[in-house]
Design a protein around this ligand. Sequence first.
Ligand SMILES: Cc1ncc(COP(=O)(O)O)c(C=O)c1O
Length: 342
Amino acid sequence: MTALLDLIGGTPLLAPSTLRLAGGADLLLKLEGHNASGSVKARPALNMLRAAQARGDLPPGRPVVEPSSGNLGLALAMCCGALGIECHLVVDPRMTPYSKHVMQMYGATVHQVEQPDEKGSWQGSRLARARRIVEEQDALLLLQYSNPDNAAAHESLTAAELIEQLDGRTPDVCVVGVSTGGQISGLGRAFRDAGLRTEMVAVDVQGSSIFGGSYQAYRLRGLGLSWWPGNLDGSVLSRAYRVPERLAFRTARVVARREQLLSGGATGAVLSVALRESAQLGPENLVLAVVAERGDRYLGQFYQQSWRVEHGLDDSLAEPDWLAACLNLRPLEGDWRAGEPR
Ligand SMILES: Cc1ncc(COP(=O)(O)O)c(C=O)c1O
């Protein structure tokens, strides 16, 4: 017998059948969409709740609140429902109707902000509303961007699983999408502590300003932020990329068609970079990439041609120009770590 929350973790490591480049590195994909709630975020959601309970910060009856329109929100709604905790999620209008519906079905209260903040960031605007809910209801704000129990979930659980699954092989490169930094920092620290010489490669989306530049609105969900988050440990990063969302969506569609793997735009960005990284290496090398979520939520979004046309993002799946676009990606140059708080 298995309880719902036991369906978090233990995700498979997939050897894709068509993505490996001739002469390039071997590629393995950690399928985090297999977690209950459909994404990697089930791990930090559960760990942040359990750690808060263990510290006495979340006594029975105290609600939690979090600004999340995406995977963490879905995961928290699920975990809170299973643990009997009242859950408030602050979302913005870019969220898919599917996510809002599922959060509500799991029993969460969904609060929607209608305007971005003065920097144009929806995250900032959602955070301000979440802080109001803290004041009004004495709710516990989990704050995934800086909560160490987010990265700790990956440092202990995800990394240990991976090391076991790799069965003695060391990835030369590990490619991970970045928003709070929890995944890449947790994995990077654990690999370093285990003595693995794995280069951690961060993937962000064009428009996000984590690694510098000015913030510009984008539609891809799951990656990016308008500031350097507390959970992002610059000391583990070897390099970083910013992928155009058009390419990310296209890669996700190619991968759905070629591998029958339905993921999100964030995964499209990660796999675009994984291909470029694998082309830089040889067949004796290994690139590991995290597929952070399932893609069914995006069927009415970028997987749909009418949506892509409406947003000026339609393009064909024809190769080889798709592959050339991936291989032409370049890591960021200059002081891309400048935003890290010292
Ligand atoms: C699909 C997807 N990929 C990557 C990330 C980034 O993970 P992290 O917040 O651990 O940096 C997220 C975060 O929400 C996500 O939803």
